[in-house]
Every structure is written in structure tokens, then in C-alpha cells.
Design a protein around this ligand. Structure first.
Ligand SMILES: [Zn+2]
Length: 426
């Protein structure tokens, strides 16, 4: 099979070039103007942006155990719909992915459904109980790309220290869900004026920042790598900025909701605005955006957290945390970061592809001769209103339902093969 994408604006590293992209089999063979190559599949990308396929380093596919929320088939299809050609899934499933057999199960199932590539993340501790380190070595040998107890913190600092030591030895990555549970104290929204006004229990920003500090210090002490998940506060950005300046091997991600929305969203008690960590203040949004602009924040991840409608259709205190993220991530980033001239499309591409691919060590994430042909074609002019009832994901729980966004995914190519993405009118 060969593929020719003609007349697009191609994002290549730090620049964009008007070029054609030609792929043979799974690899990009040639990039250049007016390529004279016959191909089995020709895509006209006039007026479109040709980008490396997006890489999501933080999502929840819910399989095994909670297939009523999402499964590997529906989740990896929703990922494609959002332009993600590779996704790394968190292990807080039922049971948790804390052993090699379950890592293999996820990979086998993902290969069977053959949609977006799926990279399993294994648990740091057995059953995510925070007591005993899981068999990280076996899981890594069987395909786990990183380790996290995401959904909950590793509360015991000494267990986290051991995990970082093992991970260093194994040359793998620990991803920290930075939350001090005692400080969070069963809160459901950001602690501040809006928690008072709404009567909903607040979570102090210190719950996140104390744990970010702890884990940065542990990594610094050991000379180990650490990645901080879903950074949401101004203080966390500053802690990480200073750590990077000292040479600590820390990387971090934020999610579209933390630069697109504030905790004003909770005032109508919409449970789709219940997210952990919670939506914060405008000053936090601005700090997150500055962190994305100055390179403190390395990646945009979705934290795609699909839930069944019946679970979100509860009173605010009882509804689960999270928003469905795959199918709005790019448009939110494009609308709020690129259309506003905060960063250019090449910088956004790094945040959504090259950087997360590098952090996870899964290769690609770039459009380059010899690289895997994982490509997304974007229509930058298309505006649409989000209709989450039409999501490919089983999780229709989108904070952004009804929002008007710009920039839409038109074509997705994985390993040189154009994938079916349901072109719902939205
Ligand atoms: Zn988390």
C-alpha cells in the first residue's frame, strides 16, 4: 500500500512547509513539493494542515472491568476520531493492570480491534493499594511503557522512593497522580469563592502542590525521572519550572480543560464539570497557558475519563470525576492556543505528538522521512458546535458539550493506512 497526501501545509519539526507526503507500507518515504508518485490512496489536503498523529499519554479505556463506560474498541475508535494515533491507557481498571498478563491482554485486544495504537501503563503498586511495588520489570518486558497508580496517589513517600529507584534501574517512567488525599479531604471542586457560593466542598490547591513538591524532591534526590500528570495550578507550574531550572529530570502534562475552563463551570452544578484535579481560577488558566508557551509544560494529555450517563446524572457530590476528552482535545487546543496566537501550530504539534512520544519512549510523533506514517489531516477553518451525543466514545460526559470550537480532524492515518473515522456532522 502507498499513500500520497497532496498540497497540505505540513508540520515538520519547528516549521511548516507546503509539501506532499508520500508513504509506502508503514513508513514515510518522501516529503517535498509536487511529488510525482503514483499511490494507491491519494488525499487532497489543499487548505488543510498535515500533522503527526497525536499521542495521548494519559487516558482511561476502562477495560477490563468497566466496559459499560468504555472499552478498548470504543476508546481507541474515539481516539482516532480525535486525531490520536497512539494512546497510553492508565491502569486503574477493575482489576487494575498490575501484572504482565493484563498488560498483554490490553495489547492483544488493541491489536485485534486495530484502531489507534494502545500503550498500556502498569500500576506502581499491587492492586493500587500503595503498599507493595508491583512487578514492574515483568510488565515492562511485556509492553508497559510507564507506571502510575493514577486515580490515586502513592501516599507513602518511601514506597514512591522505592518505585523511582526501581524505575530508574529499569529505565522506565513513573507518572505521579499528585494529590494529597488528606488535604483533598473528599472535596469535589476547587476551594475558593465558588465552592463557598455553591456550597460544594472545596479541594485546596495545596493538595496538588504538596504532592508535586514531594515527588519532585524525591526524583531530585535520586536523580530519577518523574512525570507529573494533569497539572492544574499556578503553584504546580512554578514548582516544576524551578525544578527544571535546577536540572531535575521532571516532565509534566496538562489537559485541555485546565487551559479552557475555570471553576465558574461548577456554578450550575453540571456534573461534567466535576473533574479531578478540579477546574481552577482564571489566574491558574493563565499560568497553565504560560507554562505551555515557555516549555515548562511538556505535553497536552486528555485524561479522557468516560462515564455512563446514569453515573453522571447524580447529585454533584455523588457523581464520578472526569470528562470525556478524546474528541474535543485538538479543537480546544487549536481554538484556545493557536487561534489566539499564544503558540503556533508547530509548537502545538510538539505538545500533542513529539513530546509525549519522547517522554514515553514510543518513537515517532514527527513527520520525517523514515518515520512511521502516523498522520492526522486537520481542517483549520472548520467551526462546529460540540454535540457529545454524537461522540464515538461511550462516554458522552463532555464538559464542552454545546461549545463552539474551531479546527476539525478530517483524516487519520496509522502506519500508512487511512482509518475510518466516523464523519458525524457536528
Ligand atoms: Zn490522575
Amino acid at each position: 500500500m502507498s499513500l500520497l497526501i497532496k498540497n497540505g501545509m505540513v508540520v515538520c519539526g519547528d516549521e511548516t512547509v507546503d509539501a506532499d507526503v508520500y508513504a509506502e507500507g508503514s513508513k514515510i518515504v518522501k516529503i517535498g513539493a509536487n511529488l510525482d508518485c503514483a499511490a494507491d490512496n491519494v488525499i487532497d489536503a489543499s487548505g488543510k494542515i498535515v500533522m503527526p498523529g497525536f499521542v495521548d499519554m494519559h487516558c482511561h479505556l476502562r477495560e477490563p472491568g468497566q466496559e459499560y463506560k468504555e472499552d478498548i474498541a470504543s476508546g481507541s475508535a474515539a481516539a482516532l476520531r480525535g486525531g490520536f494515533t497512539s494512546v497510553a491507557c492508565m491502569p486503574n481498571t477493575v482489576p487494575p493492570i498490575d501484572n504482565a498478563a493484563l498488560v498483554k491482554y490490553v495489547l492483544t485486544r488493541a491489536a485485534e480491534v486495530d484502531r489507534a495504537k494502545v500503550y498500556p501503563i502498569g500500576c506502581i503498586t499491587k492492586h493500587q493499594q500503595g503498599k507493595e511495588i508491583a512487578e514492574m520489570g515483568f510488565m515492562k518486558e511485556n509492553g508497559a511503557v510507564a507506571f502510575s497508580d493514577d486515580g490515586r496517589p502513592v501516599e507513602n513517600a518511601n514506597i514512591m522512593r522505592l518505585a523511582l529507584e526501581y524505575a530508574s534501574g529499569l529505565k522506565t517512567l513513573i507518572i505521579s497522580h499528585s494529590e494529597d488525599k488528606q488535604l483533598a479531604a473528599d472535596g469535589v471542586v476547587n476551594e475558593g469563592l465558588n465552592s463557598t457560593v455553591s456550597g460544594l466542598k472545596g479541594i485546596t490547591r495545596a493538595a496538588e502542590e504538596c504532592m508535586v513538591s514531594r515527588d519532585v524532591i524525591l526524583a531530585e534526590t535520586l536523580g530519577a525521572r518523574i512525570h507529573i500528570a494533569h497539572v492544574s495550578t499556578r503553584g504546580s507550574v512554578e514548582i516544576i519550572r524551578q525544578a527544571k531550572a535546577r536540572g531535575v529530570a521532571v516532565t509534566c502534562e496538562t489537559c485541555p480543560h485546565y487551559f479552557s475552563a475555570t471553576d465558574d463551570e461548577i456554578l450550575n452544578y453540571n456534573t461534567n464539570s466535576k473533574i479531578n484535579p478540579p477546574l481552577r481560577l482564571q489566574s491558574d488558566v493563565e499560568a497553565i497557558i504560560e507554562g505551555l508557551r515557555d516549555g515548562t509544560i511538556d505535553a497536552i494529555a486528555t485524561d479522557h475519563a468516560p462515564h455512563h450517563a446514569d453515573e453522571k446524572n447524580l447529585e454533584f457530590n455523588l457523581a464520578p470525576f472526569g470528562t470525556s476528552g478524546f474528541e474535543t482535545a485538538f479543537s480546544l487546543a487549536y481554538t484556545n492556543l493557536v487561534e489566539t496566537d499564544i503558540i503556533d501550530i508547530a509548537a502545538l504539534s510538539k505538545l500533542m505528538s513529539a513530546n509525549p512520544a519522547k517522554i514515553l519512549g514510543i518513537g515517532s510523533g514527527e513527520i520525517k522521512e523514515g518515520e512511521r506514517a502516523d498522520i492526522v489531516v486537520i481542517d483549520p477553518e472548520k467551526s462546529y458546535t460540540v454535540d457529545s451525543s454524537k461522540f464515538v466514545s461511550k462516554g458522552k460526559n463532555s464538559l464542552f458539550n454545546g461549545w463552539k470550537l474551531k479546527g476539525a480532524v478530517e483524516y487519520v492515518i496509522v502506519d500508512g493506512m487511512q482509518k475510518e473515522i466516523k464523519n458525524y456532522d457536528r
